[in-house]
Design a protein around this ligand. Structure first.
Ligand SMILES: NC(=O)c1ccc[n+]([C@@H]2O[C@H](COP(=O)([O-])OP(=O)(O)OC[C@H]3O[C@@H](n4cnc5c(N)ncnc54)[C@H](O)[C@@H]3O)[C@@H](O)[C@H]2O)c1
Length: 346
C-alpha cells in the first residue's frame, strides 16, 4: 500500500502509541483509510512492531518511549491505544504538550486517574479530546438511538447488553486478567456507555453476581469468567449487563432496548454476515470471532470523527465525563460482585 506524497492542506499529523491487537488496526486505518489524516509516528514497547509499521506502511518516525514521541513537534495529535493502565497518564501528558488526543477505552482503571484526565481536558479546551466508545459510531447503534429519539419504541424501560468474548480467546483473557480491571470495566464499559446514551439517564443502584464457572484462574484477580449486573437508572429504567469470556459460538455482543411501545434488538444472533450454510449440521450462520471483525467499520468511523473534529474545530459526541461515569458504574458493579452487596451511586 502506498501513502500519498507530501502534506495535504489541513492534514492532521498523528502519532499512535500502542501497536497491539487494536493499535495495529487503528494504525492501519490512520495510515490508509482516514481522510485528512497522516500517520507520521508510531510508538510501542515492541521495537519489531514499530519497525514493521515504519517499513511496511512508510510511517516516517518510530519511538520506543512515549516521552520521546511527545517531543515530536511535527505532530498534531496523539492516538492512544496502549494498555488501559497507561491511558490517563498519557492523556494528561499529551494534552499538556499541546496535542489533540484520542484515547481507547476504558478512560482509566481508577476513578482518581479519570478525574485527573478530566482536569487535563478542562485545562486544554481548545484541544479535541475523544474517547473510544466506538459502538456509538456503529451504524446499527446509531440508528437505534435515532429511533428512540424519534419515539418509535415509546419510553425506554430496559437496556440489556451482553458482551462475551469467545472461549477460543480464553488464554489471552486469563493472561490479561490481572491488568484488565475486571470484566465490568473491560467488557461491560461499552454497554454501560450505551445504556446511559440510549436511556438518557444515570445509574443509581447496582447489584452484581457471577463467578468462575469454567476458569478458576480469574479468581486470583477478584474476577470471574462470567458476571452480570442489574442496574436501576434515575429515569426509572432498568439495565442488565452480562460480561464474560466463554461464548462457545464467537464474539457475542448482543443488545436489546425495550420500550413501552416497541423493542429494538441489535445483533441478537451475532452472525458475521448474511451467509447461511445448509449442510449436514443443519442451517449454519457463522458468528463474528473478534471485536476487530464485528466493529471494523465503527473503529474507522470513530477515527474519522476524531480527525474531522480537529479539522473542522468541532467537539466529539463522546466526552471525558462519559468515560469517568462509565468507569464509576463499572467499579460499582465490581464492588457489588466482590462484596455481595447492593451499591448505590450518588
Ligand atoms: N474499543 C474496543 O472495542 C477495544 C477492544 C480491544 C481493546 N481495547 C482497548 O485498547 C487498549 C489496547 O488493547 P490491546 O488489546 O491492543 O492491547 P495489547 O496488549 O495487545 O497492546 C498494547 C500495546 O500498548 C503498548 N504500550 C503499553 N504501554 C506502553 C507505554 N508505556 N509506552 C508505549 N507503548 C506502550 C504495548 O507496547 C503494545 O504495543 C486497551 O486499553 C483495551 O482496553 C478496546
Amino acid at each position: 500500500m502506498g501513502r500519498p506524497p507530501g502534506l495535504q492542506p489541513n492534514e492532521v499529523r498523528v502519532g499512535i502509541v500502542g501497536l497491539g491487537r487494536l493499535g495495529m488496526r487503528h494504525a492501519e486505518n490512520l495510515a490508509f483509510r482516514v481522510s485528512g489524516a497522516r500517520l507520521d509516528a508510531a510508538c510501542a514497547l515492541e521495537p519489531d512492531r514499530v519497525e514493521t509499521v515504519q517499513r511496511e506502511w512508510g510511517v516516517p518516525r518510530g519511538y520506543g518511549r512515549f516521552e520521546d514521541m511527545l517531543n515530536d513537534r511535527a505532530l498534531d495529535a496523539i492516538f492512544i491505544a496502549s494498555s488501559s493502565g497507561e491511558h490517563c497518564r498519557q492523556i494528561g501528558e499529551a494534552l499538556d504538550a499541546g496535542f489533540h488526543v484520542f484515547s481507547e477505552k476504558p478512560l482509566g482503571i481508577s476513578l482518581e486517574e479519570c478525574r485527573a484526565a478530566e482536569a487535563a481536558v478542562a485545562r486544554h479546551l481548545d484541544r479535541v479530546f475523544m474517547l473510544g466508545f466506538m459502538r456509538r459510531y456503529d451504524a446499527s447503534y446509531r440508528r437505534a438511538k435515532d429511533l428512540i429519539e424519534a419515539g418509535r419504541i415509546g419510553t425506554p424501560i430496559l437496556f440489556r447488553g451482553y458482551s462475551v468474548d469467545p472461549e477460543s480467546a480464553i488464554e489471552g483473557a486469563i493472561r490479561f486478567a490481572p491488568s484488565s480491571g475486571g470484566q465490568f470495566i473491560d467488557m461491560s464499559v461499552h454497554d454501560i456507555d450505551l445504556a446511559r446514551w440510549m436511556l438518557g439517564g444515570e445509574a443509581t443502584t447496582i447489584f452484581a453476581a457471577g463467578g468462575c464457572y469454567a476458569h478458576p484462574e480469574f479468581a486470583a484477580s477478584g474476577d470471574g469468567d462470567n458476571l452480570a449486573a442489574l442496574v436501576r437508572f434515575d429515569t426509572g429504567a432498568m439495565a442488565f449487563f452480562l460480561a464474560g469470556r466463554t461464548a462457545a459460538h464467537g464474539y457475542a455482543v448482543e443488545t436489546e432496548i425495550i420500550g413501552t411501545k416497541g423493542t429494538l434488538r441489535i445483533a441478537s444472533v451475532p452472525q458475521k454476515d448474511h451467509l447461511e450454510i445448509l449442510d449436514s449440521h443443519g442451517v449454519v450462520r457463522e458468528c463474528s470471532q473478534s471485536f476487530l471483525e464485528r466493529f471494523e467499520s465503527a473503529y474507522l468511523a470513530e477515527a474519522q470523527e476524531f480527525v474531522s473534529c480537529i479539522r473542522q474545530g468541532r467537539k466529539p459526541l463522546v466526552t471525558v465525563q462519559d468515560g469517568t461515569r462509565a468507569t464509576e458504574v463499572a467499579f460499582a458493579a465490581t464492588r457489588s460482585f466482590r462484596e455481595d452487596e447492593l451499591v448505590r451511586l450518588s
